[in-house]
Design a protein around this ligand. Sequence first.
Ligand SMILES: *[C@@H]1O[C@H](CO)[C@@H](O)[C@H](O)[C@H]1NC(C)=O
Ligand SMILES: *[C@@H]1O[C@H](CO)[C@@H](O)[C@H](O)[C@H]1NC(C)=O
Ligand SMILES: *[C@@H]1O[C@H](CO)[C@@H](O)[C@H](O)[C@H]1NC(C)=O
Ligand SMILES: *[C@@H]1O[C@H](CO)[C@@H](O)[C@H](O)[C@H]1NC(C)=O
Length: 309
Amino acid sequence: MAFSSSPPLLNLLLLTTLIVSAQQQTVLPSCDVELLQLALNFQFLEAEFFLYSSLGYGLDTVAPDLAKGGPSPIGVKKAYLDRLVRDIMVQFGYQEIGHLRTVMQAAGGGFPRPLIDLSSTQFSRVMDAAFGTTLQPPFDPYANSLNFLLASYIIPYVGLTGLVGSAQIFNSTTTHKIAAGLMAIESGQDAAIRTLLYQRSLQRVFPYRFTVGVATDRISRLRNSLGRAGVKDSGLLARKNRTGGHSMGEIVVWGPDSLAYARTPMELLRIFYGTGNESLPGGFFPVGVRGTIGQALLPGSDVNTTCLL
Ligand SMILES: *[C@@H]1O[C@H](CO)[C@@H](O)[C@H](O)[C@H]1NC(C)=O
Ligand SMILES: *[C@@H]1O[C@H](CO)[C@@H](O)[C@H](O)[C@H]1NC(C)=O
Ligand SMILES: *[C@@H]1O[C@H](CO)[C@@H](O)[C@H](O)[C@H]1NC(C)=O
Ligand SMILES: *[C@@H]1O[C@H](CO)[C@@H](O)[C@H](O)[C@H]1NC(C)=O
């Protein structure tokens, strides 16, 4: 009698094991998910910026399901772009839609679009901070291709350093695969933007007195100072000592051993908030980013992150 009950019990045990291992394959470690959530905010920002500026409309038109009813971005508009730059930005915009879909799915469905400020005023604040002065007239990111490329220079690289940082601590193979795919495309975008600017390095940014090269240098220095974690960023101008005095510039940013720099979630938020403080929202995310990490860092929050920040 005792033996006759064994087969069903074995079957049950086997079934349980199968279910558990199936769950282990699909459920990601909680910190991996939280880091993906953080990245999702920056992908919303990039998607809206590239789509709107090149097409005159964004996620609400192209992929309304992805916005999930989140507020429309503030102040973004179609830029006056030449055909080449417009063509490139349309491609970037559609690339971000794929990234949004992938990361949303991996991060357990994601969340609605956060409030994003992409107004001319926001970009002019960044440029004023970069130059330590009030530019007259205020910098307008949407006025022409060159201004737009400089505005674009402000964004994807920061997200890229964040992905590099997250990839160093992800625990799941699934997350690593996603991160590798995202990083390759994001660094391609950054390289395309930098190359277009590099060709114009010595050109003046009309009507100001500074050149394109100097502007990139100032923006990178601002990001280093807001991040409060040393040099992880540099502009297009020469850093002569890097190649024994022969370097002519820096087409992509390269760190020690020519590897990419990594930034932590806190450094990323300090930069995107423009406040140098991960607990003080502002800048591109006036009310803060969505997701566990961003929420946990807000003052008085009762949300806990499982990541060691
Ligand atoms: C990965 O696992 C280690 C060891 O369990 C843990 O300390 C670390 O926080 C985990 N990282 C993430 C991103 O979950
Ligand atoms: C560049 O290299 C020269 C010679 O080694 C050195 O004297 C100088 O301090 C270096 N400059 C910087 C900015 O590192
Ligand atoms: C960051 O902002 C929070 C919230 O306003 C504040 O409590 C904290 O003192 C600030 N930290 C620094 C280093 O300024
Ligand atoms: C967060 O952590 C604190 C301290 O460990 C705990 O008291 C609180 O219940 C946690 N909150 C949530 C939502 O888990």
